[in-house]
Design a binder for this molecule. Sequence first.
Ligand SMILES: *Cc1c(COP(=O)(O)O)cnc(C)c1O
Length: 418
Amino acid sequence: MKTPFVTKGQLEAIAAQYPTPFHIYDEKGIRENARRLKAAFAWNPGYREYFAVKATPTPAILKLLHEEGCGCDCSSMAELVMSEACGITGEDIMFSSNETPPEDFQKAAQLGAVINLDDLTLVDELETALEQLPETVCCRYNPGGVFTLGETREGFQVMDNPGDAKYGMTRPQIAEAFTRLQALGVKEFGIHAFLASNTLSNDYYPALARILFQLAVELHQETGVHIRFLNLSGGIGIPYLPDQPANDIFVIGEGVRKAYEELLVPAGMGDVALYTELGRFMLAPYGHLVTRATHEKHIYKEYIGVDACACDLMRPAMYGSYHHITVMGKETAPCDHKYDIVGSLCENNDKFAIDRVLPRIDRGDLLVIHDTGAHGHAMGYNYNGKLRSAELLLKEDGSVQLIRRAETLEDYFSTVVW
Ligand SMILES: *Cc1c(COP(=O)(O)O)cnc(C)c1O
């Protein structure tokens, strides 16, 4: 069962002020989850979460997470500028980008961010872009091949294909990068790797940690560099389906601790800090896309048209992702109708749900589309002249704060040269 974090009464009151569709985030849920994550890794004194800004690039969210001790993981100029505008600078920023333009490196260095290099060729580019290399540099590792977890919970497979991914350096390249960076005066090193996305397994981080810890010990021995931190990046998933079991962040933290004590401590590397760059895990469950049923259509299938579309949430259209839907006020009604829930784009993939069994939907019903807090509004676009929706924050005291207004036609036309 997935239960919305707002009631129908609350939503009707909110919608009277801010028309649907809108994204709404749950401050209480976000804060509690961030605290659990911090507690699960508290055994590592240098531990830090750098929120993956791309998941929800909204200043109010970045500030809220910063209050909970999180930094920002930025991947572009705009994300760097946003972090700076939120008062998040220096080593509170991890800059993990790829195909990086020199201006972005310069901005990151100006802010004092930790720079994470995606490729060996960037060692030279960084040297050219900056007057002086930073004291600390991180390199992204890609082990290649196929990454699988031996034992995962029944029915949920973790498999990804690093050998097919454009990111990171090979094993010989990362050793060469460290040696060259050291010769250029870099003093402290980090290693980053991201091997699988949206993992529903308590074993992903521990397995990734073992790979990184082993590599860190080897690189330290081969090149003599001091490795200051290891960045486990993102990839911890959330259960989008109502019957999937959620990850247990405390079991994950313990699994990583065990690997740390087995591999790093005996190598005399018990001072290494661990970083994470979670996006989905931090925000996805704490966001809803709220939309209203505006039409019904009975042709070869039963359709419910809503006032949101793929421009508000691209994941179903782009990946075929499942997002649970609650018809507000009908939580206990029998699910005796089968619908396609569709937006108004002139694209037949503009469907939030296909053949979804739901209670009868009437025009005017409010629908909550779950788990849209990450990679939801962030992936929005303007196709078909659609305007991007507002973002709201449900505060801990029950009040609602507008944290991004809806776009207007004026915004839409503002870049046109007539
Ligand atoms: C997307 C991304 C993340 C966040 O991934 P999630 O799956 O949302 O946790 C972290 N780091 C980097 C470099 C990314 O590109």
